[in-house]
Design a protein around this ligand. Structure first.
Ligand code: HEC
Length: 161
């Protein structure tokens, strides 16, 4: 029994050296969604509270994101989240993509699939009420409708773009 613990301890210690990248890329305000889309203050608050940790370059890394294996899972979510939708790099999107992302935000607000369940469990404050989800969805859809050339949101997107 004791040997099992020692081996386990060594293993846990050893994996701590496998550190995922947890960088916060400096923000360019000119590229931020706030420079392109009208984002009222209450929506900004929702995005900061529930979305920016995975969908912006200003992630607030929790203390346990230092500890493997949580560090791997969290870094992975952030990496994938940023790749799918990055509010800090909105300005790099084509108009068409901006429209599509806004419709997708309306979609995830509609089926309350965001933030991810794992995040909701570890961040109870990030859970959005049905009122907030409705606000977010309405806002995203209105903004998407304002973007010309974005009316093809039913088109399937290539996987993992
Ligand atoms: C814990 C990290 C995390 C948080 C917090 C989070 N997301 Fe996500 N989000 C992801 C990941 C990872 C994906 C891509 C893969 C998936 O769907 O699981 C994603 C996908 C999406 C997509 C789909 C984009 C696409 O290309 O299909 C939208 C839209 C989205 N998130 C919006 C939001 C909004 C709005 C919030 C806040 C209410 C939010 N997310 C909070 C991690 C997160």
């Amino acid at each position: 029994m004791r040997r099992v613990f020692i081996v386990l301890f060594i293993l846990i210690a050893a994996i701590q050296f496998l550190r995922p990248e947890r960088a916060n890329i400096p923000e360019d305000p000119a590229k931020h969604i706030q420079s392109y889309v009208k984002v009222p203050e209450d929506i900004t608050k929702i995005l900061i509270r529930s979305c920016y940790d995975c969908h912006s370059n200003t992630t607030r890394w929790p203390w346990y994101s230092e500890i493997a294996p949580f560090s791997w899972v969290i870094a992975d979510d952030v990496k994938s989240g940023r790749r799918h939708l990055n509010f800090s790099e909105w300005g790099t999107y084509s108009q068409k993509r901006m429209g599509k992302k806004l419709y997708q935000i309306a979609e995830v607000a509609g089926d309350s699939s965001m933030p991810l369940t794992s995040y909701r469990l570890t961040h109870p404050d990030a859970k959005l009420s049905s009122m907030e989800l409705k606000m977010l969805g309405t806002w995203a859809e209105e903004q998407a409708d304002e973007i010309p050339d974005s009316d093809d949101h039913h088109e399937e997107e290539a996987p993992h773009m």
